[in-house]
Design a protein around this ligand. Structure first.
Ligand SMILES: [Zn+2]
Ligand SMILES: [Zn+2]
Length: 199
């Protein structure tokens, strides 16, 4: 069983930091609207007992873009983020407008190292415009929140959850993301330092 206390302790093993919540840095990979990043950081900070910050944008090398697919390989972005991990970050989540794919997958909404430090989410397929629907900033933010909480769960060691409403459920399509909650189910809650566990 993983509690909030031992999460913080493992991240700061040397000393007790009563006020020292783990630092999560959102890193824009390429150009991302600052308002969206700020709103996402605020929502994550309300949900998680963590200090959520927005880091400096990290330019993405154009050479990584697949010439035919017009997509970026998610593991390449994780490698980039690991290489330029902000010094204060206990965890870093890249946020990008690039459309992502992974080996054997046509696309991914995001990816993260299981039990690692870095993850990434793509906003491309979360935007209603991708599906020729009118812009909806609130919906985009909610979807981004769900994908961010999902990838953070992987960073905390959580695997996919069979409950379709749990944030750790795998999204095959956007309908899966829209169906699930932004919060983990009671079983998956153990992986997160939630501000209000069970609430
Ligand atoms: Zn996943
Ligand atoms: Zn679950």
């Amino acid at each position: 069983m993983d509690t909030v206390a031992n999460w913080a302790q493992r991240l700061h093993p040397a000393q007790h930091q009563p006020a020292g919540e783990p630092v999560l840095v959102l890193v824009p990979l390429g150009e991302v609207a600052p308002e969206l990043l700020g709103a996402l950081a605020a929502r994550l900070g309300e949900l998680l007992a963590a200090q959520v910050q927005v880091g400096a944008p990290l330019p993405v090398p154009a050479s990584g873009l697949h010439p035919r697919r017009g997509q970026y390989l998610a593991p390449d972005l994780l490698r980039l983020l690991r290489q330029y991990l902000p010094a204060q970050a206990d965890l870093a989540l890249g946020v990008t407008e690039l459309d992502l794919y992974a080996p054997r997958l046509n696309f991914v909404f995001g990816q993260a190292e299981l039990g690692g430090k870095v993850g990434v989410i793509s906003l491309a397929r979360l935007r209603p415009g991708w599906y020729r629907q009118p812009p909806d900033p609130e919906l985009l933010l909610l979807r981004a929140l769900k994908e961010a909480v999902h990838e953070l769960g992987h960073l905390r060691g959580a695997e996919h959850c069979p409950r379709p409403t749990c944030v750790m459920h795998f999204s095959h399509a956007l309908a899966d993301t829209d169906h699930k909650d932004y919060r983990p189910c009671p079983r998956c809650q153990a992986y997160y330092p939630l501000r209000r566990p069970g609430g």
